[in-house]
Design a protein around this ligand. Sequence first.
Ligand SMILES: Cc1cc2nc3c(=O)[nH]c(=O)nc-3n(C[C@H](O)[C@H](O)[C@H](O)COP(=O)(O)O)c2cc1C
Length: 196
Amino acid sequence: MEFNDILRKRRSTRRFSSTQVKQEDLDDILLAGLSAPIGSNLNRDIHITVLQDADIMQKLCAAQEVRMKDRDLARKIKGDVVSAGNEQPVPLPFYGAPTVIIVSHRAQTIQPGIEYANATSVVHTMHLAATAQGLGSVYVWGIFEAMRMNPEMDCTSLLKLPDTFSPLMGLMVGYPEKPLVLRDIDEKKFPIVYLR
Ligand SMILES: Cc1cc2nc3c(=O)[nH]c(=O)nc-3n(C[C@H](O)[C@H](O)[C@H](O)COP(=O)(O)O)c2cc1C
């Protein structure tokens, strides 16, 4: 697929078929993740989990389910999704995506914040790779944030991460209920200012 078409087809998919992603497609997505630039040579501080276990998925989503019962907060966090009526009536864990690729990072003291930039670099590269294959995908952040905000419901131990690693974000991947279509890029999405 042409790069410009990948950009125009990329979107957040929130309805997936239950069919598992083919292993060779998943391998390509993971390889794309490994191609991502990582700041401060922190490659060894990144950990990827490929989650395909429905039981663990359900448990990881429990804190988010509770948090989203606060409709005002949900509207603020998921503004466009809630107001466009794009929510699933009974939300499935991870929107029913059969695979979730989770990016965890060791906490940083020298350059706090770089772990989120690194995780985004990996997730976004995989998001574009999934799009190039016609697969649906969407970032996952809220589920991990909900567990950070509610330690009593924190199930990250189920991920069996090495010590001092935390799941920061991820990518849900699967076959989209509706195929990805080209759309225009909004040239006024945010301001671009030249200083020259
Ligand atoms: C850092 C980041 C975190 C996100 N977290 C979530 C999330 O937890 N759940 C979700 O459904 N979408 C999440 N998204 C997707 C955005 O909601 C989505 O990109 C935005 O609504 C624009 O829609 P589009 O991707 O179709 O252009 C996230 C996106 C980014 C960049």
